[in-house]
Ligand binder design. Structure first.
Ligand SMILES: Cc1cc2nc3c(=O)[nH]c(=O)nc-3n(C[C@H](O)[C@H](O)[C@H](O)COP(=O)(O)OP(=O)(O)OC[C@H]3O[C@@H](n4cnc5c(N)ncnc54)[C@H](O)[C@@H]3O)c2cc1C
Length: 381
């Protein structure tokens, strides 16, 4: 089968590796618009067991990634100058570019044909392909080639966010919520290497306009955010790259995952709000599901694509629903900030609706005990 993969991010590169290793002799081509070194964003976080799927399915990648991971257990919630620790919730993190380089290296080692610096502008250049895979991210050309066919819906959250890095190395995954004269603002921050941390700033639409961020240049906004988070940054700078402009997070959903010989995966197919740190893992798991479906139906593209959606969708929906619930909590975080620190932390922890008090007690016993001492609300979360 001749398979063209548009996009050399985590989804596209990983799929190419899996297809190559399947031994089915597919003719593969990955086409990436950027240079190998160009990647937006800084570190990405995975929940503690998020990479377990790789351990079983792909020990080579698992063994390449795991020594590079930063690890910690517990989340720190900073609110009203207090630090509340949520124990028992482990995370790992790695630089996004580093992860992509690892995948690029594996692809090179497996002699996958990856062409960089080549933006695809028209799918008609691949009329000879049996299968065209859209691993081309949130603005996917493959998806946009037939939004009615895919049954696409696209909406945007109202909050604004900007993705920075910093040389301040945080001890754990942390969330800092501040009340400023212009309104509430939040930063998600965690280290992803021995020398760097991710620092994603998020605020409501009203804070965005009241702060004048809409009228500031990128440099002015960058400097203003360093001032707002001066205490958290502790004298360290914010570092910008091309993902550091203000954006609204897109919520993408597709009723149908394939149309004819075109199929989509990763961010092209669905988004998962960064507050649950799962987009990369979902993209790679999509790749596993698609590669498996192709292996089960090596000469029957429609059957493979139908199997891909049928097998993967129920699992994916659960996580995407949790991500959407988390996004909804963040859309209203200014209102939740009326709660005192322990109640606020409990509201944060139960935001996806997947954890009741008994589960929270089991996972985070120290926090639950402290919350029971400090809570002002009589009801359970
Ligand atoms: C602020 C923020 C924080 C995040 N934090 C986390 C986190 O902590 N953990 C986590 O797991 N995920 C996180 N994510 C999500 C994660 O970055 C994505 O879910 C993941 O990158 C999806 O992988 P992908 O391969 O589907 O898409 P992408 O990574 O977007 O890759 C798509 C690739 O396709 C290429 N491309 C696009 N169009 C074309 C074209 N026409 N021709 C050729 N090439 C093209 C692009 O250049 C890109 O390389 C975060 C996202 C944001 C915005």
């Amino acid at each position: 089968m001749r398979i063209v993969i548009v996009g050399g991010g985590p989804a596209g590169l990983y799929l190419s590796l899996l297809l190559k290793r399947s031994g089915l002799g597919h003719s593969l081509q990955v086409v990436e618009q950027n240079a190998p070194d160009a990647a937006f964003g800084f570190g990405v976080v995975f929940s503690e067991d998020a990479l377990e799927f790789l351990k079983k399915d792909d020990p080579a990648i698992f063994n390449a990634i795991t020594p590079e991971l930063e690890r910690w257990s517990g989340i720190a919630i900073h609110h009203r100058g207090e630090r509340v620790m949520l124990d028992g919730i482990g995370f790992t993190a790695v630089g996004r570019l580093h992860l992509i380089h690892l995948l690029q290296k594996q692809a090179r080692d497996e002699s996958v044909d990856v062409t960089f610096n080549r933006p695809v502008t028209d799918l008609s250049e691949f009329t000879d392909a049996d299968l065209i895979v859209g691993a081309d991210g949130v603005s996917s050309l493959v998806r946009r080639s037939d939004e009615a066919g895919f049954g696409t819906t696209l909406s945007y959250l109202t909050n604004r966010f900007a993705w920075f890095g910093t040389t301040k190395v945080f001890d754990t995954l942390s969330q800092t919520f501040l009340q400023t004269p212009a309104g509430p603002i939040n930063a998600h921050h965690y280290r992803y290497s021995k020398t760097m941390s991710t620092f994603v700033v998020e605020c409501s639409e009203s804070t965005f306009f009241n702060s004048g961020f809409d009228r500031m240049s990128e440099d002015e906004a960058h400097a203003a955010l360093e001032r707002v988070f001066a205490q958290t940054l502790d004298g360290h700078p914010l570092i910008a790259n091309r993902g550091s402009i203000w954006r609204q997070f897109p919520i993408i959903h597709n009723e149908r995952w394939s149309v004819g010989n075109r199929v989509i995966l990763g961010d092209a197919l669905h988004t998962a709000h960064f507050s649950i740190g799962s987009g990369t893992r979902l993209a790679m798991e999509d790749a596993i599901a698609l590669a498996r479906a192709i292996a089960e139906h090596p000469t029957d593209v429609p059957a493979a694509l139908a199997a891909y959606q049928a097998q993967r969708k129920p699992i994916l929906d659960k996580l995407v629903n949790a991500a959407n619930a988390s996004a909804e909590w963040y859309e209203n975080f200014g209102t939740h900030m009326a709660l005192p620190p322990y109640d606020f932390a409990m509201s944060y922890l139960s935001r996806t609706g997947r954890m009741d008090i008994e589960r929270i007690r089991k996972i985070a016993p120290e926090f639950t005990a402290a919350w029971e001492k400090h809570r002002t609300l009589p009801a359970s979360p």
